[in-house]
Design a protein. Structure first.
Length: 399
């Protein structure tokens, strides 16, 4: 008797890791387990060993996690992880199976999809960040450099051989279709969804995040700031608004961008800026609700390379957003289509400061945008997104 077909999901981050990527992948895996025999191959410590009925089986592979500042060691670590994932998939995949891979880290898809192709399994790739475009936008690599050209060549082979490509932003397909031979019908747009309950929250004057003066117009910046973000623009906008006594900035998060922010603040302790330690998950709703306006700042030329997942949580609590990016980015498209925020050019502190001042001066209009945002957030529900994942994965399974 033939063995039943399996769905193998490969991911570096998986619950109990609490990162956004881990939470999304965990919920996708749980949903797909309703239709398929799912095995998750995870590199998250503590993720394996427990396989409740109706849930995915989890195979945990060991990984090496050097410190964030050790770039060479981190590069070696992600290559080692890719190699271990290759052998794990190669041992488990078969001709009737489907292999589902996430682009974290960026080396993972090349190894995983190669193993799947060698075992004649169907393949699905979920793109969170697109490389080498992320490296180019961050200024880490030049477009004509050998590493970038090598990644482009690998992508050309990879994208043509996939059975399905899932993207979380409408700005991604144009970049993928620049690679010759990629069929548009293989690309599926499935946006992320809020990870907190959807519903407008009134601003609480007693919130500790608005202290000591709850009447001020609070501008927030939150979450993981990576190489594609530009926190310096937010800090420079705050500097331009330092004489506007009714506008105050609260900044809280992690990532390389927060080191930059802390360095800027250490050199110039602006009185209209408060930098907080990363907010605990159980305080996230209160924190997001405490601000009147949120900012998502990107560097130039990031459209399609990085998607603002935090946007959906901000919309869920009913707050408008300023996205600093090109107008064709996913975040900009949502804000402009739904009139729930503003889009400003990236790396332009003067325009960002002008827009913040405009929002602060017309608080009723800003509040109205937030009320609409909470309604719009319902369009990006978890149920709708996960139903799309089920359809896409089922459509590529081979007989």
């Amino acid at each position: 008797m033939d063995k039943p077909a399996k769905l193998l999901i490969t991911a570096q981050f998986y619950p109990p890791d609490t990162s956004t990527t881990a939470v999304y992948v965990g919920r996708i895996a749980d949903t797909l387990a309703a239709d398929h025999q799912v095995t998750v191959i995870s590199a998250t410590p503590g993720s394996g060993g427990i396989d409740p009925p109706g849930k995915p089986a989890v195979v945990e592979i060991s990984t090496w996690n050097p410190s964030g500042s050790a770039l060479v060691r981190r590069s070696l670590a992600i290559c080692l992880l890719a190699a271990r994932m290759f052998f794990s998939v190669f041992r488990r995949a078969g001709p009737k199976d489907t292999v589902f891979c996430v682009t974290t880290p960026f080396t993972l898809p090349y190894a995983v999809i190669l193993a799947a192709r060698l075992k004649r399994a169907a393949t699905v790739l979920l793109i969170y960040d697109l490389y080498p475009e992320v490296l180019e936008a961050a200024g880490i690599a030049q477009s004509r450099s050998f590493p970038v050209r090598l990644i482009h060549a690998a992508n050309a082979l990879l994208f043509r051989r996939l059975d399905a490509i899932i993207v979380i932003g409408r700005d991604v397909p144009p970049l993928i279709q620049k690679y010759r031979g990629v069929e548009a019908g293989k690309i599926h747009y499935i946006p992320n969804w809020p990870l907190i309950p959807i519903g407008y929250r009134q601003t609480d004057p007693a919130s500790r995040f608005r202290a000591p003066d709850a009447s001020r117009f609070i501008v927030g910046l939150s979450g993981n700031l990576g190489f594609t973000h530009d926190p310096a623009t937010v800090f420079e906008a705050a500097r331009l608004l330092r004489d506007d006594d009714d506008i105050h900035f609260i900044l809280s998060g992690w990532g390389v961008g927060w080191k930059e922010l802390n360095d800027l603040f250490a050199r110039d302790r602006l009185e209209n800026v408060t930098i907080l330690s990363p907010v605990a998950e159980n305080e996230l709703v209160e924190f997001l609700s405490a601000a009147d306006l949120w900012i998502i700042p990107y560097r130039r030329n990031v459209a399609g390379a990085s998607i603002p997942s935090r946007l959906y949580n901000i919309l869920a609590v009913g707050r408008p957003v300023i996205v600093a990016s090109e107008p064709n980015s996913e975040g900009a498209l949502i804000l402009n289509e739904e009139a729930i925020g503003w889009v400003v050019p990236p790396e332009n502190p003067a325009e960002l400061a002008r827009t913040i001042r405009e929002a602060a001066r017309d608080r009723q209009s800003t509040t109205d945008k937030g009320l609409r945002a909470a309604d719009i957030a319902r369009k990006y529900s978890e149920e709708v997104a996960l139903a799309r994942y089920r359809r896409v994965v089922s459509s590529v399974r081979r007989a």
